[in-house]
Design a protein around this ligand. Structure first.
Ligand SMILES: Nc1ncnc2c1ncn2[C@@H]1O[C@H](COP(=O)(O)OP(=O)(O)OP(=O)(O)O)[C@@H](O)[C@H]1O
Length: 316
């Protein structure tokens, strides 16, 4: 199963990824993004509308040649006669969604359902056998921060590396200062990132620094792969509040997500307003029998664990 801290005291099981349209600068898209929006806007981030439609993706199964020579020979012969369709695995089977500026779309599904694959496709990191592509800002599950630098040094380094040359040194330092404040990183500003044998900042602060690294360039869309994994529920809450604040000011946890895309084995089970998801499934006669957190209920549905859920008669 997935690994986010939502599985902890929040009762959010499995994984959740986010497409937080905080701010973003777009690089390229085959989807509804007009030429104009590709130019840098000096007045701030450009509002971008992200849309992905009927995304399908298949990957070639890894060859068995090294492990099983018989299978390798059969597979080789089959491919010669074009009989190797079985060597492909369909990962995404028609997933559709969109995010407007200022919205948070939560992408939920059991481990292996295709969340990371979808993010990779939208982030332009996977293009073989897929339909849509958009590339912008991407915060991966594993960050790439340097352990010996402090939070401040990390962001200053990134600022000098990534911000336009026509910005002055003072402006770059000011931007770093603003981000540090925005992400609540003042307390650890001069602490080393750490890791391995170097003692450093906390997990939440590390996530915040990674996000700071990305939002430094004022992106119009931010793709976050399990941003709360490894965090305790308080830090996860705080991080979501920060993200929500970056996208737009608003309320709490599950209800912080404007939209929800629930996938199971690459199939979309639900796409729409997060707050209407329970009602949708209750109309279909999927009703929790005990008090359940909405996210837990939805993920149980997606994994097919319906022990505590009453399901429509017809399924029996
Ligand atoms: N390059 C690949 N070759 C073969 N199978 C792959 C490849 N990439 C992904 N998969 C498979 O596709 C499925 C979806 O993987 P993906 O990483 O998108 O799931 P996920 O929902 O993000 O899971 P998790 O929550 O565990 O991170 C998995 O069964 C995975 O093993």
């Amino acid at each position: 199963m997935g690994s986010t801290q939502f599985a902890g005291s929040n009762g959010f099981g499995h994984s959740m990824d986010f497409m937080s349209q905080a701010y973003l600068r777009n690089r390229s898209s085959e989807i509804d993004i007009e030429e104009d929006s590709l130019n840098m806007n000096k007045d701030g981030p450009l509002p971008i509308f992200l849309k992905f439609e009927y995304v399908e993706c298949k990957v070639r199964n890894s060859k068995a040649s090294s492990a099983n020579p018989v299978k390798a020979v059969v597979s080789k012969v089959a491919s010669r006669f074009n009989l190797d369709q079985d060597n492909y695995k369909q990962i995404l089977k028609g997933v559709t969604g969109s995010v407007c500026p200022g919205e948070i779309l939560a992408l939920m599904g059991p481990s292996g359902s295709g969340k990371t694959t979808l993010l990779k496709i939208i982030g332009g990191r996977l293009s073989e056998n897929v339909e849509g592509r958009i590339t912008i800002g991407f915060v991966t599950q594993d960050d790439v921060l340097l352990s010996q630098l402090t939070v401040d040094e990390t962001l200053v380094f990134a600022a000098f590396l990534r911000l336009p040359g026509n910005m002055s040194r003072q402006q770059k330092h000011a931007r770093v200062g603003m981000i540090i404040k925005e992400l609540g990183l003042e307390r650890c500003r001069h602490t080393k990132i750490g890791g391995g044998f170097v003692k450093g900042i906390s997990g939440g602060e590390r996530k915040g620094t990674s996000i700071g690294y990305e939002i430094l360039v004022d992106p119009s869309l931010l793709l976050l792969d399990e941003p709360t994994s490894g965090l305790d529920s308080t830090s996860a809450n705080r991080l979501l509040q920060i993200l929500q604040g970056l996208a737009k000011p608003s309320s709490r946890m599950f209800h912080m997500f404007d939209k929800l895309l629930l996938i199971s084995e690459g199939y979309p089970l639900y796409y729409g307003k997060a707050r209407e998801s329970m009602e949708y499934f209750s109309d279909l006669r999927f009703i929790p029998e005990i008090a359940m957190n909405p996210a837990e209920f939805l993920l149980d549905l997606a994994t097919g664990q319906v022990n505590d859920i009453s399901v429509p008669e017809v399924l029996y």
